[in-house]
Design a protein around this ligand. Structure first.
Ligand SMILES: NC(=O)c1ccc[n+]([C@@H]2O[C@H](COP(=O)([O-])OP(=O)(O)OC[C@H]3O[C@@H](n4cnc5c(N)ncnc54)[C@H](OP(=O)(O)O)[C@@H]3O)[C@@H](O)[C@H]2O)c1
Length: 273
């Protein structure tokens, strides 16, 4: 059984099949409480090489994108990989999708994003239309790459067969050491298709740090529970993660989840929690 799991020990991982490598741990921006703390935390993250940020037009009705825009001014556009997400209804027609992307770019204060995602699939719009709008946004030069979020295996398969010119490089999904449902079908499917996972809510909104078993692992490794939880994820091929914090000390803590790996035996034990 031990031989079945192969650890991915890279701290920068290929984005889809682009040949471009991004930080295995980037930073999320949902639910920002204090703008200046978030700006400091994100700027610090970039300086430590955690140089990928995840945001969305939905977060604080554009407020999170504005905060990221402030960070871009500090760190420089070329030093940060910016993902944003547009609401599903914006993919009903190309005009609407393009206008939405333009509004996001304006809030972000940038000419193009690195990655734009469909935030989630809605059955009220045909998949081929959603994907063609996403491709139209890329055609305009508003993003370097495209992807999706919260897509199941069936939705992702349909999305892949609806593409006409570009690849989907990411599917951003809920995934933590305590919520491993994606490991059953979605993760193997994405590995086969060469699509990067961005695992969201990797700390279960902070509650993971109180889990007694995770605490025990942390003690044994001389790491913190959050570091165990993040390391577990990035041990997996194709998996990156985007924990959120607006505290500089926790950015340092996230950085400490890189540069080492859990043993295969312990990964398998964590899988049985
Ligand atoms: N695509 C989607 O549908 C979707 C859905 C949800 C989230 N996301 C993205 O994924 C990101 C991360 O997910 P998330 O924000 O839901 O949850 P998370 O990263 O699991 O947890 C973030 C929360 O945990 C706290 N926290 C961080 N480090 C901690 C530590 N070491 N000890 C204790 N508490 C800690 C943070 O507070 P402090 O700020 O005070 O540190 C924050 O309240 C989001 O910000 C967002 O960008 C995407």
């Amino acid at each position: 059984m031990v031989d079945e799991f192969v650890i991915d020990s890279s701290d920068r991982k290929e984005l889809g099949r682009t040949g471009e490598y991004v930080a295995a741990i980037g930073i999320g921006t949902w639910d920002i409480r204090n703008k200046s703390n978030m700006i400091d935390a994100l700027s610090h993250a970039v300086s430590l090489g955690l140089d990928l940020v995840d945001t969305a037009e939905m977060y604080g009705n554009g407020f999170a994108e504005e905060v990221v825009g402030e960070v871009v001014k500090i760190v420089g556009r070329d030093n940060i990989f910016i993902t944003t997400k547009l609401l599903p209804e914006k993919f009903s027609d190309a005009h609407r999708g393009i206008k939405s992307a333009e509004a996001s770019l304006k809030r972000l204060g940038i000419k193009y994003a690195d990655l734009i995602l469909i935030h989630w699939y809605t059955p009220s719009i045909p998949m081929d239309r959603m994907i063609s709008v996403l491709e139209a946004i890329k055609d305009k030069g508003y993003t370097r790459y495209i992807g999706v979020s919260n897509f199941s295996v069936d939705e992702l398969s349909l999305a892949l067969s609806s593409l006409s010119k570009y690849d989907l490089v990411v599917n951003q999904v809920k995934y933590s050491v305590l919520d491993r449902s994606v490991e059953r079908e979605l993760l193997p499917f994405m590995v086969r298709e060469g699509i990067t996972v961005q695992a969201y809510t990797p700390l279960e909104r902070g509650s993971i740090v109180y889990h007694p078993d995770i605490k025990r692992f942390a003690k044994r490794y001389g790491k913190t529970p959050a570091q165990i939880a993040l390391n577990y994820l990035i041990c997996h091929e194709r998996v990156t993660t985007i924990p959120k914090t607006e505290r500089i000390n926790r950015i340092e803590e996230f950085k400490g989840a890189l540069g080492w790996r859990l043993s295969v035996e312990d990964i398998l034990k964590l899988k049985s929690l």
